[in-house]
Write a protein that binds this ligand. Sequence first.
Ligand SMILES: [Zn+2]
Length: 371
Amino acid sequence: MEKITRLVGVEWNVGRTGIIAPRGVLEPVQIDGATITYATLHNPADITRRDLRLGDHVMVHRAGDVIPRIEAPVAHLRTGDEQPIVFPEVCPRCGSAIDTGQERWRCEQGRNCHLVASLSYAAGRDQLDIEGLGATRVVQLVEAGLVTDLADLFALTREQLLELERMGATSTDNLLAAIDTARTRPLSRVLCALGVRGTGRSMSRRIARHFATMDHIRAADAEALQQVEGIGSEKAPSIVAELAELSELIDRLAAAGVNMTEPGATPPPAADAGDTAGTTEAADAPDAGPLAGMTVVVTGAMTGPLASLSRNQMNELVERAGGRSSSSVSRKTTLVVAGEGAGSKRAKAEELGIRLATPDEFALLVADHLD
Ligand SMILES: [Zn+2]
């Protein structure tokens, strides 16, 4: 069966072996009773050869359950508004160079692509914040065979690092010190660094605050996880399953001295202590802290005692102080911390009559919770 629809986008996916494959995003079209929104595009050379452009009307072919493929642009339907398809310049997953020598493009990291990407993510500012461990250094460690997963990072020795190229005594000591500091990050950061699907920065913080320790998180079943705001019946089982798969890695991280507790959080009461669901929920809302029951939005540049905090660290601070952080202003917002250059969010807060605070005023309010 063939149908004509429009090509509205191209996604570049990286496979297990590092093959970078384009996938066409289509205006949804019904073929054989199925709604088709994606189709195979083979490789960049093929796109060039057929002169496909974004916005083109394309012939989509589907045979049985095989992934549909895009046949050809329908040239006479062109309007002149079609745009060229942009090819990636670096690997879309790990940022390394791309080997374009073959028709099928491949990340130069090959099978290590995923490892490089996940280690770089774990070392990132909003996760373990390991200074000096950028993508280039990660690639070096992986290529030298020194690191095959996150836990290996914490086992690196001075001798191993000194043998690497462009790694002098000073950078070695700095990196080791940064890795050591990473051991002390709150549980929310460690959880986020694991890269479990559906647990980005703010979800990791919510989970960590709710359960307080990694042991409690790991002991939770899907039902217990759903007590955390924002985790539904679909997400909960997949988080439980992924954490179970990471079990050995988490054990090794803990053995390497990585912190597995969330400062200031108290674990939920044990499920077998005869609690009803209602009281468990109450325990989720921390009644301690100056921001208890408040939803706080931070906007603009922070100054004074808060000047060095990233937006993620500000959100962590809000939650440590008992509040909820949010990125958009609505009627549910209780307080907007408006720094220099605050624009539309500040205006909206004024319009809705929501309480505003300067960074200095806010710093006083949460003084007990500043690190
Ligand atoms: Zn890659």
